[in-house]
Write a protein that binds this ligand. Structure first.
Ligand SMILES: Cc1cc2nc3c(=O)[nH]c(=O)nc-3n(C[C@H](O)[C@H](O)[C@H](O)COP(=O)(O)OP(=O)(O)OC[C@H]3O[C@@H](n4cnc5c(N)ncnc54)[C@H](O)[C@@H]3O)c2cc1C
Length: 365
């Protein structure tokens, strides 16, 4: 398909999660002609894939996208469904042009702008914002293939509740917030082992009656950028919020291990020299980011996108919502607006300097 057959917009946003909606808010305020293409058929798709009992580690007061408070007591810790409801309502509240079920297959430079291709159509845009999420493709280590079929294995994105996992001994692999929360939940009904590959810095959820994020805001740490020394140090270390290995072991009886190193049959060998025979495994082993659908000169030799706070070297092509894109807040509900506003300003500046082509009066599918 070529540009002439494509619908034309000033800006196409790819991805309708919190990052896509936040940039949508600023583009709407600019009066820009834009659309948001979302692959899923329902809003808040990423949050729908998270487990039933998930409680946010950020209190409601820090979960607002620009222009609309997160409902309820500002000090409460909302659940997954509260976020789904909020994001759904957000798009409606600002009448944002979110097109559901529109999976973008490729983005390529074309005629001074971009051609955004889907399976059943294409969009031409002067500028494109890629907001496809920091946690795209569930990652499971190759050793999973060595386990017998009788061992039930699932990635944390498929874990909903203890019913997702068989009775018997369960190994949760992954020492981040997800691994800790799932291990704790399962421990009420099963023997649970947790494999911790690299220890994360434990931080209390509340200190002297205030939430952790209150301190991060008050001290300015949440906005320290990857260009600052402290920002670089913080970005190199994951944090475990509201839990500790000691608490998980003592209070919930979870057996802690080192890194999972190999697997065979129904047994997993762990870095601490132990072996665990398992009935089920939850891989809380994270995600990979995939930007292979972008055909533009924005990658380094290792295939990583080169950008400055989401602004790539391909004029008019931006990323939004990545982990530590600029600060700790970049991939969090309450702070993604900072980067979104920055990108929206870049879009406005570029629109003002680059003469746009005359538009066809009617859009053709
Ligand atoms: C377990 C867990 C707990 C978390 N808890 C908190 C918390 O307490 N507080 C907090 O602030 N943050 C939390 N986060 C982090 C963060 O808020 C989320 O990861 C957030 O979902 C990122 O938003 P996003 O819009 O950048 O990406 P996503 O929410 O992943 O949205 C990206 C969207 O792009 C769509 N998409 C992808 N590819 C394409 C394509 N090719 N074409 C069209 N559409 C596409 C996807 O369907 C998706 O809807 C948590 C994350 C996890 C994993």
């Amino acid at each position: 398909m070529n540009d002439n057959d494509a619908k034309r917009y000033d800006v196409v946003v790819v991805g309708g999660g919190q990052a896509g909606l936040a940039i949508g808010y600023f583009l709407a305020r600019q009066g820009r002609d834009f659309t948001i293409l979302e692959a899923a058929t329902e809003p808040a798709a990423a949050w729908r894939e998270r487990w039933d009992s998930l409680k946010l580690f950020t209190p409601a007061r820090y979960n607002a996208l620009p222009g609309l408070a997160f409902p309820g007591d500002p000090d409460r810790y909302p659940g997954r469904d509260d976020v789904v409801a909020y994001l759904t309502d957000y798009a409606r509240h600002f009448d944002l042009p979110v097109e559901l079920g529109r999976h973008v297959r490729s983005i390529a430079r074309s005629d001074g702008g971009y051609l955004v291709e889907l399976d059943d159509g294409a969009y031409a845009a002067d500028q494109v914002v890629v907001a496809t999420g920091p946690f795209q493709i569930p990652f499971v280590p190759a050793m999973a293939d060595e386990l017998d079929d009788e061992v039930v294995q699932l990635h944390s994105t498929s874990y909903r509740s203890p019913h997702s996992v068989p009775e018997g001994r369960v190994l949760v692999v992954g020492g981040g917030n997800t691994g800790f929360q799932i291990a704790e939940e399962l421990s009420a009904s099963r023997e649970v082992h947790l494999s911790i590959g690299s220890r994360q810095t434990p931080l209390p959820q509340r200190i002297l009656g205030r939430d952790l994020f209150w301190y991060l805001e008050a001290t300015g740490l949440i906005r320290k950028t990857t260009e600052s020394r402290i920002g670089r140090r913080l970005s190199g270390r994951e944090t475990l919020i509201g839990s500790t290995p000691r608490r998980l072991r003592r209070k919930h009886g979870v057996v802690l291990h080192g890194r999972a190193v190999s697997a065979a049959g129904s047994t997993v060998a762990l870095g601490d020299g132990t072996q665990v025979e398992v009935d089920g495994i939850v891989w809380a082993t994270g995600f990979k980011v995939d930007h292979s659908f972008i055909d533009a000169p924005i990658f380094d030799s290792a295939g990583r996108v080169v950008h400055q706070r989401g602004v790539t070297e391909s004029p008019g092509l931006y990323l939004l919502g990545l982990t530590w894109q600029h600060t700790r807040g970049s991939a969090l509900l309450g702070w993604v607006k900072d980067d979104a506003e920055h990108i929206a300003n870049q879009i406005e500046t570029l629109s003002a300097t680059v003469p746009t082509e005359p538009r066809a009066p009617e859009r053709v599918a």
